[in-house]
Design a protein around this ligand. Structure first.
Ligand SMILES: [Zn+2]
Length: 488
């Protein structure tokens, strides 16, 4: 590639899980990656070493051990081979960073993609004892459908790990579903309606859905664009917490299960498909909904998969699953007049309504809340309790009254001053989206983005409801209590 091609922040590696991928399945199911190389010591303390110093530190020990093991004959491995093995061990343990992408063959002619989620750790006595935890995607990429350059590089290299970062554009395209051997309809991500696919159309199986471009991944329930919106979801009963009411769906996010449809063993995170659904919510993007035969009987097709039109995510929140760990729940409502993204881009610039209808509901809601809201705003003299800013408009100072625990579904907070903050619109938006939360002391503001802590501005006559703060922290920000000692 000619100049100007910057290295992406994420690195991509092809990794073999054991000789001939024999541990691939175990690693996919166990959510890890690792290596052995016959080194039976915890390498944690080497995390700061460069590859070069790591190799020289361990080479002597490695060679001695090889000699002991192979007193018999011609098995002395050359210095170059040893260096190469140690270099690879370093890359798996320390070179690859959190959030880097692993591409691993499954031994059946397919590849799986995973994201590194933890630093190095060592499990003595186990297979592949030098470990990283990895969130393996459930998508499967047949090697034949991989972009040619990635395929050649991945298959041409026989070592344990190799860096494929220079093919990152092809890999990202592959992750986005741009697979070369498929018809265009199933390659191009598309938000909104698919031209020619009418609501109610039934598809025989996931493969038909995929070829039509209605839902591109073969297994995963959420189709999304990397760092962008979600395209479509399949509602098919994979999560026991899903609820279907026809034009309203409560959809459970992805991740944290010990196996697809299995037990929830860890908290779901706002990454990948879950993040994409929030992205769509915040930007009002339509999402195609497909119902599968395994879903709610009243609303699902008897066989196959039915395209049920576009919905919008109207809210999301965190809650403990039936098994304990947090799941993210998304509420989707059927969108009656959605535009497909293609008509937005290709057609004329959209025109808004000249006189948008004023909603009666909003007016009444404002009436009802105004006393509490005015009191809170007045007592703080319109100064934001988070950042201390007082906005001044041409009519005077301005602030917003922000509920800590939202009113109505799904939070059911109270409209009382203890449940309200005086905030500037910026802090209000960040708080409602869980980018800011208040710690359990009721005084410290924490950013979920930077981790930065600041004191909030309090007023002695305006006490805050710690229960409402705890509710917001758990259900909106997805943060558990910091230190809950496990007592039985
Ligand atoms: Zn503010």
């Amino acid at each position: 590639m000619l100049g100007g091609s910057r290295k992406p922040m994420t690195n991509f590696y092809k990794l073999m899980l054991g000789k001939s991928n024999k541990y691939a399945r175990v690693a996919f199911e166990g959510g890890f990656a690792g290596a052995d190389f016959g080194i039976k010591v915890d390498l944690k303390s080497d995390f700061e070493l460069t590859k070069k110093s790591f190799v020289s530190k361990h080479r002597v020990q490695y060679e001695n051990r090889q000699k002991d093991k192979n007193l018999n004959k011609d098995s002395d491995r050359s210095a170059a081979v040893v260096s190469k093995a140690l270099g690879q061990l370093w890359t798996i343990s320390f070179g690859a960073q959190k959030d880097d992408v692993l591409i691993a063959p499954d031994g059946d002619g397919n590849y799986r993609i995973g994201f590194i989620t933890t630093p190095y750790f060592y499990i003595p006595g186990e297979i592949l004892p030098h470990r990283r935890n990895v969130e393996w995607e459930d998508r499967v990429f047949p090697s034949k459908s991989m972009p040619q350059d990635v395929y050649s590089a991945a298959t041409g290299f026989t070592g344990t790990i190799c860096d494929l970062t220079k093919y990152h554009q092809s890999i990202v395209a592959m992750l986005d579903g741009v697979e070369i051997n498929l018809p265009e309809s199933s390659r191009v991500p598309r938000v909104g309606e698919i031209p020619g696919v009418l609501e109610g159309k039934v598809f025989k199986d996931r493969e038909e859905l995929r070829l039509a471009g209605v839902h591109r991944p073969p297994i995963s329930g959420i189709s999304y664009i990397s760092n962008g919106p979600a395209e479509s979801i399949v509602v098919s009963g994979g999560y026991k917490d899903d609820e279907d009411f026809g034009d309203r769906i409560i959809y459970t996010g992805k991740g944290g299960q010990d196996s697809p449809g299995g037990k929830q063993v860890s908290d779901q995170e706002l990454t990948r498909g879950n993040r994409a659904l929030v992205y769509s919510q915040e930007r009002g993007k339509p999402i195609r909904v497909i119902r599968g035969w395994e879903g709610n009987r009243e609303f699902s097709p008897k066989n196959g998969y039915r395209y049920d039109g576009v919905f919008q995510v109207v809210r999301h929140w965190y809650e403990p699953s039936k098994d304990g760990p947090l799941v993210i729940r998304f509420e989707l409502l059927k969108n009656q007049n959605a535009l497909s993204s293609s008509s937005l881009i290709d057609g004329e610039p959209p025109t808004g309504q000249d006189l948008p209808g004023r909603k009666e509901v909003t007016t009444f809601k404002m009436e009802r809340e105004s006393k509490v809201r005015d009191w809170v705003k007045q007592i703080h003299a319109d100064k934001c309790q988070f950042c201390g800013v007082t906005l001044i408009t041409r009519t005077g100072t301005f602030s917003e009254g922000a509920h800590i625990q939202g009113l109505g579904r799904p939070h059911y907070g109270s409209d009382v001053h203890e449940n309200m903050l005086c905030l500037c619109p910026n802090c209000h938006a960040l708080f409602d989206r869980g980018a800011l939360y208040i710690a359990s002391d009721g005084k410290t503001l924490v950013s979920t983005i930077t981790g930065k802590k600041t004191d909030i501005f309090l007023h002695e006559r305006h006490e805050l409801d710690l229960k409402a703060i705890a509710h917001h922290r758990l259900h909106v920000a997805g943060i558990r209590e910091a230190t809950r000692k496990s007592t039985s």
